[in-house]
Write a protein that binds this ligand. Structure first.
Ligand code: M6R
Length: 613
């Protein structure tokens, strides 16, 4: 949940590190810090608050070293403060460490180090790491080859939990050692310059040539080489991955906020995602997943597992999978699924969705499922992400880097690729007439232009945002597939506007929640399924009768005179409507937050990827 950047090369490290941190703030932003080495001495500056505040510290400009590590933090152990901020140093100030993840046995390690004479300044789990490295370094003979990397190896062997670390030392001032387990880390290279990052966008401006570390890997970076070690400390070769995202895709590009930019990127994100699957003959190409008719026919159930918005994408595609494959689908929250011994076996297919591919609960759920004999498919937006390394098969959405904490384009891209997967399964199973499948494919190809139409007509949403931004509570209602959209719309509003909202199946209102409806309460209804229009309209009428003001998102004919605020979206097969109906509600959350003057891209208490439980 924190961000790591590192640099070793011929330029001054500090501006590169700050630049990288600014791009990583979406991963955590309650404190930030930098360590560089100058004249064989570690210089460390850190501060509570955002990277901008770190930048404003005068001494930052006097950091001249050309090797350094930096960190932006989302507090887990110890409150946000400059003492708890990373980098952390050992007692002798010869090792400096930045760390993402959680060291679960930090208490035992503290006791061990206390007994060995070490003391601690911070409340963090991380501070044990530089001291452990120092402990092992001082035990190695001074002429021992590779003393630094060996000490890091011994230290990480003692760690339980998850980590991505970068370490520098004034004793070996031309090296950075990095290591990872269950937390991502990549190394970028350009000529002799080397860049380290927990997330690719931090270094895209400098290079597209990336080494992705595997779990348990350690790497030693020096000016002329990188040596990779696997989890058994054998030297291994790694291939460079060329990342196709360009640096511009990780910038705001004229938009006020990343979230708005990403909302407007949805036509492209969906089009590109479709383009990787549907060829010119409208044939689904899922060549990389080895799924046979016999296997699909043997399935008793498909489980879709994810967290947050990605879980809502699962809810949105449950109907299309069930309709097209006749296989029952369950959608579950990863943090629940992983601990409740679900009834799964080789007749269960597990689909895990994760934009970042680094969400700890989702990865754990996937690993548990594999142990039960299930085949696993990961849907991720990040090439080489941890989940893609664990799953039997990975399908990538092509949404480009998603920086805003509130997920938008990843969500609609996830639904798109999953809808195509459902169609593919139906084709393999031969359970549906060709015309149904062909029609759905035609409709999927039209989605990008339909999203563009919605994005061109935002006046009513902006006006409605002005009417409701001071509210404390509101409600989203919908039936069937629209219920998934209400869940996502409610989450979007909560996380960036801090307004409490609930999502209900419209038919459930009468069973309790309607007691909360009184004068001027806002209820937002979504109606995209022709079969359910009358019933949904009755539910809206019921709340209007009790004084509610309403907004309706629909592609059906609804009388404007009775229902004042209607956002019309293009018609589409209801199985695909979640891709369209969420767009005005993403914009509503955005404009409500804007009215409130909040920091939309970095909402309080949240981080982009949740790599800890
Ligand atoms: O990277 P993931 O898709 O695994 O992330 C899952 C959730 O943490 C994420 O969707 C979260 O709910 C977003 N902030 C929603 O906007």
């Amino acid at each position: 949940m924190c961000g790591i950047v590192g640099y070793l090369g011929s330029s001054k490290a500090c501006p590169i590190l700050i630049n990288g941190l600014l791009k990583l703030e979406y991963r955590g932003y309650d404190s930030a810090g930098i360590s560089t080495i100058e004249n064989n001495k570690i210089m460390c500056i850190k501060n509570k608050g955002r990277v901008k505040e770190l930048q404003n510290i005068e001494e930052i400009n006097s950091l001249n070293g050309s090797i350094g590590i930096a960190h932006t933090r989302w507090a887990t152990h110890g409150k946000p403060s400059s003492i708890n901020a990373h980098p952390h140093l050992d007692n002798s100030k010869t090792f400096s460490v930045v760390h993402n993840g959680i060291i679960e046995n930090h208490r035992e390690l503290r006791t061990f180090l206390n007994n060995a004479g070490y003391t601690f300044l911070s409340e963090t789990d991380t501070e044990v790491i530089p001291n452990l490295i120092h402990y092992y370094y001082s035990k190695e003979a001074s002429n021992e080859a590779n003393r630094f990397v060996k000490s890091v190896k011994k230290a990480v062997q003692d760690l339980k939990g998850s980590y991505a670390i970068a370490v520098i030392s004034s004793l070996e001032p031309d090296k950075i050692i990095v290591a990872r387990k269950d937390s991502p880390l990549v190394i970028g290279v350009k000529n002799n310059d080397k860049y380290i990052a927990s997330d690719i966008p931090a270094i895209l401006e400098y290079t597209n040539n990336i080494y992705i570390l595997d779990d348990g890997d350690i790497a030693e970076l020096s000016s002329n080489q990188i040596t990779f070690y696997d989890k058994n400390f054998n030297v291994v070769n790694k291939n460079i991955e060329v990342i196709t995202w360009d640096a511009k895709s990780a910038c705001k590009n004229g938009y006020e906020d990343y979230m708005l930019k990403e909302i407007y990127e949805q036509p492209t994100a969906i089009r590109e995602t479709i383009g990787t699957i549907l060829d010119d003959c409208k044939k689904c190409n899922f060549g990389n997943i080895n799924i046979t008719k016999d296997y699909l026919a043997s399935l008793s159930r498909i489980y879709i597992i994810a967290c947050g918005t990605a879980m809502h994408a699962g809810l949105a595609v449950k109907p299309i999978f069930e309709r097209l494959t006749s296989i029952p689908v369950e959608v579950d929250v990863a943090s629940e699924f992983r601990y409740r011994n679900p009834l799964i076996d080789e007749h269960t297919l597990i689909i895990c969705i994760s934009q970042s591919g680094e969400t700890a609960d989702t990865i754990a759920a996937l690993k548990n499922s594999k142990l039960c004999g299930c085949k696993t498919i990961a849907i991720s937006n990040v090439i080489g992400s941890s989940i893609s390394r664990e799953a039997d098969f990975t399908l990538y959405t092509h949404a480009g880097p998603e920086i805003a904490v509130a997920s938008t384009k990843a969500y609609t891209s996830q639904i798109t690729i999953l809808a195509l997967l459902a169609i593919y399964f139906a084709e393999v199973l031969e359970r549906h007439e060709d015309t149904i499948i062909q029609n759905l494919k035609e409709e999927i190809l039209e989605l990008p232009s339909k999203v563009s139409i919605i994005l061109e007509n935002t006046d009513l949403i902006k006006e409605f945002a002005k009417k409701i931004y001071k509210e404390k509570d509101l409600f989203f209602i919908g039936r069937s597939v629209d219920y998934a959209t209400t869940m996502e719309a409610s989450l979007k509003l909560k996380e960036i506007s801090y307004i409490h909202s609930d999502a209900y199946q419209s038919g459930e209102l009468k069973h309790g929640p309607i007691a909360l409806i009184e004068d001027d309460v806002t209820v937002i209804g979504i109606i995209t399924d022709k079969r359910l229009v009358d019933k949904s309209i009755s539910n809206i009428q019921e709340v209007i009768t009790r004084g509610a003001k309403t907004l309706i998102i629909t592609n059906q004919e609804i009388n404007n005179e009775i229902f004042p605020n209607i956002v019309h979206i293009p018609k589409v097969n209801p199985l695909l409507s979640p891709i369209l109906s969420i767009i005005p509600l993403q914009l509503l959350a955005y404009y409500v937050s804007k009215e409130k003057g909040l920091d939309i891209d970095k909402p309080r208490n949240l981080a982009k990827s949740v790599t800890v439980e």
